[in-house]
Design a protein around this ligand. Structure first.
Ligand code: ATP
Ligand code: MG
Length: 248
């Protein structure tokens, strides 16, 4: 039963960018279908590297990654697109000198020859994010940070993915817009989208996520559900010192 609910499993994954300088030193995660899984941890812990490894930018040297029960070790990022996975990286990834509409069309690259699907994908995105419809002819780079973040997420969603990897979606975004973003992220499972959320904002991440993993020095340490990290629990006590450093 548990396996049916599991979209991705990472088993004891080790990965390095160069030679034997390992950044991931045995990461094991279970990503449940139509749930939000959070990953928190200090700077440089390897959170973004986990997402890059899941998406095929980095190949594990040890361990396994299963997507719907099938190993995807060695899969390339474009294979992940065809499998229904989308990725919004930590570093801004828009084409600033292209319009909002053209950025969204680039998200449709995989099915660019299917005019009807492109049209429907754009319409759906504009319905979801009216601000993007309003600004569809504006240059992406002319929009506010928050609007750009919505565009990046919108561009990932044109694929109608079953999985979306979000790396620090609210970093350097005004608090009010962050709340809108979190609210939107919370609504994704209702649209049949499984979410992996990497976030520096520990407090928000454990509240938004159904289940959260703490990553330290390339290894997952503490983990627990939203309830377990809840107010009166020892799990929360374990990350309390860290929470005190959070700005929100
Ligand atoms: N392309 C790369 N080549 C070599 N080393 C890298 C590369 N990207 C990241 N690293 C190193 O890997 C380690 C983990 O980086 P990563 O970006 O995964 O951490 P993070 O937990 O996402 O941190 P942050 O909270 O700052 O985003 C760091 O020591 C970083 O310097
Ligand atoms: Mg990062």
């Amino acid at each position: 039963m548990d396996e049916l609910n599991e979209l991705i499993r990472m088993n004891n994954v080790h990965a390095a960018y160069h030679g034997d300088i390992y950044i991931l030193n045995g990461v094991s995660l279970s990503i449940k279908r139509n749930k939000i899984t959070g990953i928190i941890g200090p700077n440089g812990a390897g959170k973004s590297t986990v997402l890059k490894t899941l998406y095929g930018f980095l190949k594990p040297t040890q361990g396994d990654i299963l997507f719907q029960g099938e190993s995807i070790v060695g899969a390339q990022p474009w294979n992940m697109v065809t499998r229904g996975a989308a990725y919004v990286p930590q570093n801004r990834s828009l084409f600033n000198d292209l319009s909002v509409d053209d950025n969204l069309r680039l998200g449709c690259w995989h099915f660019r020859r299917d005019d009807l699907r492109v049209k429907q994908a754009l319409e759906k995105t504009y319905d979801m994010f009216p601000i993007l419809a309003e600004k569809r002819s504006d240059l992406a780079g002319s929009m506010s940070g928050g609007q750009q973040r919505f565009l990046e997420i919108g561009r990932a969603l044109v694929l109608s993915p079953k999985l979306i990897l979000l790396d620090e979606p609210t970093a350097m975004i005004a608090p009010k817009v962050s709340q809108e973003l979190y609210q939107f992220i919370r609504s994704l499972p209702e649209m049949d989208v499984t979410v992996v959320l990497v976030d520096q904002n520990v407090r928000q991440c454990v509240e938004v996520s159904d289940y959260t993993y703490v990553l330290e020095l390339g290894k997952n340490t503490i983990e627990g559900s939203r309830e377990q990290f809840g107010d009166d629990n020892s799990m929360r006590a374990m990350i309390k010192d860290w929470l005190d450093y959070q700005i929100d």
